[in-house]
Design a protein around this ligand. Sequence first.
Ligand SMILES: CC(C)(COP(=O)(O)OP(=O)(O)OC[C@H]1O[C@@H](n2cnc3c(N)ncnc32)[C@H](O)[C@@H]1OP(=O)(O)O)[C@@H](O)C(=O)NCCC(=O)NCCS
Length: 137
Amino acid sequence: MQLISQRLCMEKDLGIHGNLFGGIMLSWLDEAAATMAYEVCHSPNMVTLKIDEVIFTKPVKIGFHLKIYGEVLRLGKSSITLLVEARKHNVYSGEETLVCSTNFTFVRIDDHGDAIPISERVRERYAHLDASKKESK
Ligand SMILES: CC(C)(COP(=O)(O)OP(=O)(O)OC[C@H]1O[C@@H](n2cnc3c(N)ncnc32)[C@H](O)[C@@H]1OP(=O)(O)O)[C@@H](O)C(=O)NCCC(=O)NCCS
């Protein structure tokens, strides 16, 4: 997986139980995933279509340093699906602990907001993902 963003959990990010508020985590993941989708698809005109099941594996407390990683799972004609993970990073040991993960699907849109194909060049670069899926069936 590739590192796409880093965040520090501050007091303003906490919910009423003293953990990072889930909606804040989701916005961090969405923003990080969007930047990766832009980069991979060579286009800033990508919108979030779908967020799969979100698992908040561990609580995130004030002062935690989070690293957000992404990986391309699927590249369709106009859509891209990324696996995104937030991991707590321990600066002393370098140890990373998964705290939240989900899949995001983004769609490339035109000026009217309609879905349009991701460039052929990009799709060719990720064609191996479809091939490996077929082989594993
Ligand atoms: C994204 C959007 C343009 C797609 O419109 P649409 O009419 O579904 O477009 P299409 O039918 O051409 O589908 C586009 C792609 O989405 C995929 N898709 C559509 N509905 C889907 C669903 N429920 N689950 C998974 N994929 C889906 C299609 O398979 C297609 O992928 P592909 O081209 O890679 O095969 C439209 O849903 C939209 O504007 N949504 C709001 C986006 C938004 O505001 N997001 C929040 C802020 S960024």
